[in-house]
Design a protein around this ligand. Structure first.
Ligand code: URP
Ligand code: ZN
Ligand code: ZN
Ligand code: ZN
Length: 481
């Protein structure tokens, strides 16, 4: 215990690296407690009542606020080359936006160029991120083919570089077929890693796209028409079947529809080792924004799988999070400016796919989940932080408030509101899919590795201060199931 009220000599070095948060209500995924938190050198050193510390140490009064583990967003695409262009948010702007919104850890997707080996891609992404990231970060690796070289590099990534998850696509031109998926999942299982799947039937999407364009449906409205819910659900079911043949755990990224979510839940009931992630966009938008006549707005909200026009979808997905049928809310932050979206003017299939969400994910889930009474604060922590930390094997270092955990915390004001806007957000992109949405739930303070990076709402980050996070294989949370 710290018993230092009598201590009169202040070690200036120690006081700079120390922080006390008093009087807050600490929310973890497994319960709520009233304790002070003492932080030293980026680590939570002590939890207890009425902690007293040497003079000179900064203390934050969190009375009336919740103290949450910093958000873990396991789905971001920063400085990502995609569909002929590069995302507006780089590792600096993306992680700056993340911290501003209460997210203190990201796991980004590395996607190598053609002719680049997976190890080259890893090195190039580490280089892109280093010097820019404002919070800790890990990586997943995208796999677009299958051969001995890829097989060996996946092994090296797991054993030497802290990668424990690989994303495969069932849509887009670089999709994998069932035979490749079968072999890759078998390999992933042997490595003790996790397979992540973009689940949409790419063959059907291509055929539908051809037909729609021939009919003269060339605007953004063609996008959802080309990939309806069952096209998403079919792929979810298919990959769950493959996963079961080779006993490989699977994580379905961006579950966007009721039918896909229901299919995933049915597969789980039948014993599939499958986790489901939905997105802030799917929970925050009710579809009424989508039939916009103007290209700018419709293209701005265009992503894959699409945000569904069915207004009952957000509530359905939120209920699934509450019931544990879905486990995680990511952002899939993959931002393109209005000018970049115009690449697809006249052909919806060429509009760069992607939306924002890194900054607003926490507020949107609070507003639509907790403020409405569907989720409890503990559920909120589970789906925005803890579950992702557990699945990607960085728990309890991340995703919880406990002695020994990294001091990544959010002092959350549940009553304060803010209105989301591209005019005020920290992203580099000139559009925000949640424009005009009023959200209860605002971070008053965000502590990243023990440093106050949002201070009474004011952002004060250090470019390049984030650290690379190794994610070990054979995650007990994934492999014990
Ligand atoms: O439309 C999306 N989701 N863009 C990002 C790439 C992906 O598939 O996650
Ligand atoms: Zn995807
Ligand atoms: Zn409009
Ligand atoms: Zn994505």
């Amino acid at each position: 215990m710290l018993r230092s009220m009598a201590c009169t000599t202040v070690n200036p070095k120690k006081s700079q690296n120390s922080l006390l948060i008093r009087n807050g209500t600490i929310v973890n995924a497994d319960g709520i407690s009233e304790n002070d938190i003492f932080i030293e050198n980026g680590i939570i050193k002590e939890l207890g009542k009425n902690l007293s510390v040497p003079n000179g140490i900064r203390s934050i009064d969190a009375k009336g606020f919740f103290i949450l583990p910093g958000g873990v967003d396991p789905h971001t695409h920063l400085e990502f080359e995609f569909m002929g262009t590069v995302t507006a948010d780089d590792f600096y702007h993306g992680t700056k936006a993340a911290v501003a919104g209460g997210t203190t850890t990201i796991i980004d997707f590395m996607d190598g160029k053609e002719n680049e080996t997976l190890i080259d891609a890893y090195n190039s992404y580490r280089e892109k991120a280093e010097g820019k990231v404002c919070c800790d970060y890990g990586f997943h690796m995208v796999i677009k083919g299958w051969n001995e070289r890829i097989k060996a590099d996946m092994e090296t990534l797991c054993s030497e570089h802290g990668i424990n998850s690989f994303k495969m696509f069932m849509a887009y031109s670089f999709r994998l077929n069932d035979s490749q998926l079968y072999s890759i999942l078998e390999h992933i299982r042997n490595l003790g890693a996790l397979a992540q799947i973009h689940a949409e039937n790419g063959t059907i999407i291509d055929k539908n796209t051809e037909r729609l364009l021939e009919k003269g449906i060339t605007g953004p409205e063609g996008h959802e028409l080309s990939r309806p819910e069952e096209v998403e659900a079919e792929a979810v079911n298919r990959v769950c079947v493959i996963s079961k043949q080779v006993s490989c755990p699977v994580y379905i990224v961006h579950v966007m529809s009721k039918l896909a979510a229901q299919t995933l839940a049915d597969c789980r009931k039948r014993g599939a080792q499958v986790f489901g992630e939905t997105l802030a966009s799917a929970l925050g938008l009710d579809g009424s924004q989508l039939p916009h006549k103007c290209f700018e707005e419709a293209a701005g909200c265009l992503m894959s799988p699409p945000i569904r026009p069915d207004p009952t979808t957000p509530r359905f997905l939120m209920d699934f999070l509450k019931q544990g049928n879905l486990q995680v809310v990511g952002s899939d932050n993959c931002t393109f400016n209005k000018e970049q979206k115009k690449i697809g003017m006249g052909d919806f299939s060429k509009i760069p796919n992607g939306i924002n969400g890194l900054q607003d994910r926490m507020s949107v889930v609070w507003e639509k989940g907790v403020h409405t009474g569907i989720l409890s604060p503990t559920d909120f922590v589970a789906v925005t932080s803890t579950n992702a930390a557990k699945i990607f094997n960085i728990y309890p270092r991340k995703g919880c408030i406990a002695v020994g955990s990294d001091a990544d915390l959010v002092v959350w004001n549940p009553t304060k509101t803010r209105v989301i806007s591209a005019k005020t957000h920290q992203h580099a992109v000139d559009f925000n899919i949640f424009e005009g949405m009023e959200c209860h739930g605002v971070p008053e303070y965000v502590i990243v590795n023990g440093r106050v990076c949002v201070d009474q709402g004011q952002l004060n980050i250090i470019k390049g201060s984030g650290r690379y996070l190794e994610c070990p294989v054979f995650c007990p949370y994934v492999y014990k199931q």
